[in-house]
Design a protein around this ligand. Structure first.
Ligand code: SF4
Ligand code: FES
Length: 249
């Protein structure tokens, strides 16, 4: 396959960026999208040009490092799929593909397709943990949890923190991410001790980082590679009101 690429190139934070045309030759349909970019970059390096910067780590859909807009869609056209798991067989020979970074005020650009997502780290630092001693693995196994609750907690915990939900949202809201991180702890016995403090601190941090509010567009759920349900947001709102009521007792 021969693929025409229009790639956002930006040398650094605060610099002016632009779409630059490249041609990826001899692309195998079995290549992953990132492998195709690796080949393009090898060609650029051989010519003495600057390689296209993009994030990746595990390349198997579990770390959340990868992600950019492919023809305007975070992680590209396949539902429930990170860009590292997307394959070139999904595209046609001769197709033109536009690559851009996540665009949100709270994710400032670093270079090319790489943005600074440390705002997510600061939301986790605000409360996405348990600081009580919950014992070792055997103690965790000794605490009986209803299967339905364990499943719902696991579904929320599946969020990999990629930021696609923010990129898809017209408000650049990160509440799908924040709610998933709050709920997976709020559902489990180990998360009860700090439950009220956690939700208030994490929601306040979310707002302070410059992410927008939720207006129930549903774009976040549609593009999430881990198919995190939008019902997490409703549950987070209930958690927040519960914390407010306890504080006003
Ligand atoms: S909720 Fe989904 S899209 Fe948002 S950060 Fe988590 S895995 Fe990525
Ligand atoms: S590189 Fe880890 S999820 Fe894509």
């Amino acid at each position: 396959m021969r693929i025409n690429l229009k790639v956002w190139r930006q040398t650094g934070p605060g610099q002016t960026g632009q779409l630059v045309d490249y041609v990826a030759e001899s692309v195998s349909p079995d290549m992953s999208f990132l492998e195709m970019l690796d080949v393009v970059n090898e060609g650029l390096i051989r010519k003495g040009e600057d390689a296209i910067a993009f994030d990746s780590d595990c390349r198997e859909g579990i770390c959340g490092a990868c992600g950019f807009l492919i023809n305007g869609v975070p992680h590209g056209p396949d539902p429930g799929t990170t860009v590292c798991q997307l394959h070139m067989r999904r595209f046609k020979d001769g197709e033109t593909i536009v690559l851009e970074p996540w665009r949100a005020k709270a994710f400032p650009p670093i270079k090319d397709l790489v943005v600074d997502r440390t705002a997510f780290d600061r939301i986790i630092q605000a409360g996405g943990y348990t600081s009580v001693n919950v014992g070792g693995a055997q103690d965790g196994n000794a605490i009986l949890i209803p299967k339905d609750t364990a499943e719902r907690a696991m579904d929320s915990a599946a969020c990999i923190g990629c930021g696609a939900c923010v990129a898809a949202c017209k408000n650049a809201s990160a509440v799908l991410f924040t709610s998933a991180k709050i709920n997976h702890l709020a559902l489990l016995p180990q998360g009860q001790t700090e439950r009220s403090r956690r939700v208030v601190a994490m929601v306040d941090r979310h707002d302070a980082e410059g992410f927008g509010s939720c207006s129930n567009e549903g774009e976040c759920e549609a593009v999430c590679p881990k198919e995190i349900a939008i019902t997490n947001i409703a549950r987070m709102n209930r958690e927040y009101f519960r914390a407010m009521l306890i504080a006003s007792d």
